[in-house]
Ligand binder design. Structure first.
Ligand SMILES: [Zn+2]
Length: 157
């Protein structure tokens, strides 16, 4: 009720497509206000790069349910993922070269090529993850939640 104060007047012309209620809010704003009220409920892995670390939410109050519904998408750290890819390629490549090649010069050349190739792959991968994250965040920022029927929707611009 008191939350209606921070909804800009221009937003009031929008309404929920399912129940026509005007009591809607941007997911990101709903999440921020909800998250500040429910301290201690860890949601999402954040920027640390831990993928899919499910944090046990002990209590199932409406507030925590709401926070989980409006939580931003889990994104993986592009740097951590790129580093992982780089390490895997390097390990596999070095292993293969050491097993297959006995010529020192050729080994050196292949190692150099491997280093650049793996860095190139890692940087491609970094940009791929990064743009995926940006797309997810952009999608999320377009979404609204209806506080009356809990419908989550995108407003037609
Ligand atoms: Zn609704």
């Amino acid at each position: 009720m008191e939350n209606n104060d921070n909804i800009a007047p221009s937003q009031n012309i929008h309404f929920c497509p399912s129940c026509k209620s005007e009591n809607i809010q941007k997911l990101s704003l709903a999440y921020m206000s909800g998250a500040s009220k429910t301290k201690g409920v860890g949601i999402g892995a954040g920027m640390g790069g831990g993928v899919g670390l499910g944090v046990g939410v002990g209590m199932a109050s409406n507030q925590t349910l709401l926070s989980s519904m409006v939580a931003p998408p889990k994104i993986s750290s592009p740097f951590a993922m790129a580093l992982l890819i780089w390490a895997l390629i390097m390990m596999a490549g070095v292993f293969a070269i050491l097993i297959e090649i006995s010529n020192d010069t050729l080994t050196f050349v292949l190692m150099t090529v491997l280093l650049f190739a793996s860095l190139w792959c890692a940087s491609k991968f970094y940009h791929w993850i990064d743009s995926g994250n940006k797309a997810k965040t952009k999608e999320y920022n377009k979404k609204y939640i209806c506080f009356r029927c809990s419908n989550i929707f995108e407003l037609a611009q």
